[in-house]
Write a protein that binds this ligand. Structure first.
Ligand code: SF4
Length: 338
């Protein structure tokens, strides 16, 4: 039984516990939200939720990028329960309705073989470990296997935006930052480049990515090039007089107070600035506007990963402070979303 007063409930995977909890909650309607990478599974899961959970289900067509972005009451009318696939809760994000987070924990990965791969590649002996939520269960077993090979590993606890120790979130690596001065490099455990790249922006240490499913170790991320690209973006926007400050209405991406503070700083520095509100940003929304550059207070990865898709430079808030001379260009400051 799950406590009906608790808004966020976590399930490791799709299974009997989830369906039993849905049945017990007796929602008038469930909204199912899946990230882009799992849309293929969405229809089958909707059917199972109806059959085994006994509840009417609607699908949120807009894929979510993180637990920062829920279907609004308008997008999912009369839905009393949300089932969100592939994410852990973000503790400091208020939920609009009761939400079951199905983290899709991945049991695969051989810690002994993975530790052997790390040792064979000659990684430094003091390593920080960070993982995507799907692979968190592997971390203690990998730590033990690495320790047996003479490694000292460090796992940090982050701030109120991280639900677990060792967890990576694309906008927050405070767990890694907490141990950065004790390690000579970081090992990211998971798939894809999204988290290793974010981690490399956040910590001035080499970052390796270990794919536990393929058993492969990628060469370290080229942090110098990533940072140099952002410093070029700062230089390209340095003389811009008219700035658009982007504000998202998603509950977990809304930094309106930051946006207002940045506008005040822009005006104090003799620049013009206007706030632009949106939910999900599309580069086409910024076409034809009379701004020379933008500061994005929503998801920091919009500027860092998608910047080239926009018609004008899009900076993060710390990068904007670099433009104003309030922060130095180096050391580079990642836009941690606290
Ligand atoms: S703000 Fe961006 S990086 Fe952070 S959880 Fe949301 S989508 Fe992911």
């Amino acid at each position: 039984m799950t406590d009906p007063d608790v808004q966020a409930v976590v399930f490791p995977t799709v299974g009997p516990a989830l369906f039993a909890a849905v049945r017990a909650a007796r929602p008038g309607r469930v909204v199912l939200q899946v990230p882009a990478g799992l849309v293929r599974n969405a229809h089958e899961l909707a059917e199972r939720l109806r059959d085994e959970g006994g509840a009417p289900v609607i699908l949120a067509a807009r894929p979510c990028f993180g637990a920062c972005d829920f279907p609004s009451p308008d997008e999912a009318p009369r839905s009393e329960l949300a089932v969100v696939l592939g994410h852990a809760p973000i503790p400091n994000v208020p939920l609009p309705r009761r939400t079951f987070f199905v983290e899709m924990r991945e049991p695969a990965g051989d810690p002994e073989a993975l530790a052997a791969t790390v040792a064979a590649a000659g990684l430094p002996r003091r390593l920080g470990l960070v993982a995507s939520v799907q692979h968190l269960d592997l971390v203690p077993r990998l730590e033990a296997a690495l320790a047996a090979r003479g490694y000292e590993t460090f796992v940090g606890s982050g701030d109120r935006r991280l639900y677990y120790r060792a967890q990576a979130l694309g906008c927050n690596y405070t767990g890694a930052e907490a141990v950065a001065d004790r390690v000579d490099g970081f090992l990211f455990v998971g798939t894809g480049q999204f988290h290793p790249v974010g981690l490399a922006f956040a910590v001035d240490r080499p970052v390796w990515a270990l794919d536990p499913l393929q058993g492969t170790l990628e060469p370290p991320i080229d942090r110098a090039t990533l940072v140099a690209r952002r410093q070029l973006a700062v230089a390209a926007a340095r003389d811009a007089r008219r700035w658009g400050i982007l504000v998202s209405t998603f509950a977990g991406q809304n930094r309106a107070p930051t946006a207002l503070a940045l506008r005040a700083r822009a005006e104090a520095a003799g620049r013009q600035a206007e706030l632009l509100y949106f939910d999900r940003l599309d580069p086409r929304d910024l076409e034809g506007r009379a701004f020379e550059a933008y500061v994005n207070t929503a998801c920091p990865r919009i500027a860092l990963d998608d910047g080239p898709s926009y018609p004008r430079p899009v900076l993060t808030p710390p990068e904007f402070l670099m433009v104003l001379g309030a922060l130095p260009l180096a050391p580079y400051r990642f836009d941690t979303y606290h």
